[in-house]
Design a protein around this ligand. Structure first.
Ligand code: NAD
Length: 452
């Protein structure tokens, strides 16, 4: 699904005109179907820590073409900057400037990934090493700026590995695989924190969710339908939920994916208990719950009324509280290591004019997954959120044309994302490898200019 402007500037006369006028010329992003190879090589691993050596070895074992210097490479697919042992801001320069000399050799769709430690924290007494904190904080500013400079559909993202967690932890390996792959095509300028060594290696990388059962709410169309298709392609068995009014589309998708459909309004009285009974009657236990159902009812606060405020809060956040409470309290409908992935939004991070109701609900989701993560951790489970920016769906097709055109261009990749981009990120967070990622909100927004 390409918008009309992008089709025009990809034509020869359109491209020339856009170049002359200095208008955005979005590159074609390669998704999984376009680039199934897990890593775009050659991969240059920069940094001289033991962690850098270990990562280089691991990539070699996986069959990647790994180099420790970019010299004389005319085309570079991926660059890893392993900065886990930097101690002062002066330690950044030698690694970063090696990448600087290689920037013009990055291939279209290249990947740059930093691996470093979070700036916060301190020793047991809470005392902080100021130089260490400054060096680690510097990685974040560097990476976010670099992502704005990437061209040709290339992206730059970072992995923050908590102190005490090894670079060989499943969460680090999983996040690295995700950022290096085409599955993260619309994720740029983002960090994901791996806070524990929990999780396990994926036994079957081509079918990472085989043997898992996943619920997707709001599955009949848009992002929900893409999530269903992606999880099914990754091997999951699916329970697909949507309102009775979307029953026809829901049944069609369920037939296509051999999934179990359930028609239920997530805001209905007793919705959680009805879902639990439905699962028990069919002897189903959920390993993954994707809480995707969501609505907008935009108005400036001056014109906001209860009939616009209440349903948005009810669908987007209150239903997530009641459904997860019911699933957890039932005690017999969740599998081991349950994964919850909720849909937030960049509006919940940065706010958006006309969306006080929606942003309140989505900021609520971000705080909710953080709280739920603490409740699920003792069960070996995780809760995380994905915050899409502008994604091409029926929801965003309703935005007035000029506002829509601006909204889809104000990101580093100069285009709207596709539902599959959100779905791929959710599939990553649902995977075994992501067990050490807890209470995070990962943006899928092409580095939208709003918020941090
Ligand atoms: P959409 O309107 O295309 O689809 C939403 C689905 O949720 C529909 O199938 C709808 O029937 C279902 N739904 C709505 N209310 C429900 C209820 N009470 N019970 C059960 N199902 C219900 O929306 P989308 O664009 O695919 O958005 C999916 C999610 O992604 C939402 O949570 C949305 O807030 C979020 N999101 C979307 C974008 C975007 O750019 N499209 C950006 C940020 C966040």
């Amino acid at each position: 699904m390409t918008d009309a402007y992008t089709r025009f500037v990809r034509s020869a006369p359109g491209g020339l005109l856009a170049k002359q006028l200095g208008l955005p010329r979005p590159s074609r992003l390669l998704r999984r179907k376009d680039r199934p190879a897990p890593v775009l090589g050659p991969v240059v691993v920069l940094g001289d820590s033991a962690g850098a050596d270990a990562i280089a070895h691991r990539l070699l074992e996986d069959g990647a073409d790994v180099r420790r210097r970019p010299d004389e490479l005319r085309s570079i697919g991926s660059v890893l900057l392993v900065l886990d042992e930097i101690a002062t801001p002066a330690d950044l320069g030698p690694v970063v400037l090696t990448l600087a000399s290689a920037m013009r050799s990055l291939a279209p769709g290249a990947r740059v990934v930093t691996i470093s430690r979070p700036a916060g924290g301190g020793d047991a007494s809470g005392a902080k090493d100021a130089a260490l904190a400054a060096a680690r904080g510097g990685v974040e500013g560097f990476l976010r700026s670099l992502a704005h400079e990437m061209r040709g559909g290339a992206t730059a993202n970072g992995i923050l590995v908590a102190d005490g967690v090894g670079l060989d932890a499943p969460g680090v390996v999983g996040a690295l695989r995700f950022f290096l792959s085409a599955r993260s095509a619309f994720v740029s300028g983002q960090f994901v924190t791996v806070s524990t060594s929990a999780g396990s290696a994926t036994e079957n990388p081509s079918l990472p969710l085989v043997g898992r059962t996943a619920l997707v709410t709001g599955a009949a169309r848009g992002i929900g339908a893409a999530i269903a298709r992606t999880l099914a392609a990754d091997g999951a068995r699916l329970v697909l939920l949507d309102v009775p009014g979307a029953g026809t589309e829901l049944s069609r998708l369920a037939n296509e994916l051999r999934a179990v459909p359930i028609q239920l309004d997530v805001t209905a009285d007793g919705a959680g208990e009805r879902l639990v009974s439905f699962l028990r009657e069919r002897d189903l236990t959920l390993d993954v719950a994707v809480l995707n159902a969501g609505i907008t009812r935009d108005k400036l606060l001056a014109n906001m009324t209860a009939d616009r405020w209440d349903p948005v809060l009810a669908v987007n956040i209150t239903s997530q509280l009641t459904l997860t409470d019911a699933l957890l309290e039932a005690g017999d409908v969740l599998g081991e290591h349950p994964r919850v992935v909720s849909l937030a939004s960049t509006s919940g991070i940065a706010g958006n004019r006309g969306q006080t109701n929606y942003a309140a609900s989505k900021a609520g989701v971000i705080a909710f997954v953080d709280a739920l993560a603490a409740r699920l951790a003792p069960l070996g489970g995780t809760a995380n959120a994905v915050a899409p920016g502008f994604i091409e769906t029926e929801m965003t097709a309703k935005i007035p044309p000029l506002t829509r055109e601006i909204a889809r261009r104000v990101n580093s990749l100069q285009q709207g994302g596709l539902p599959v981009d959100v779905a791929e990120t959710i599939a990553f967070l649902a995977s075994d490898e992501a067990g050490g990622i807890q209470g995070e909100t990962l943006r899928v927004c092409g580095q939208n200019m709003v918020g941090k």
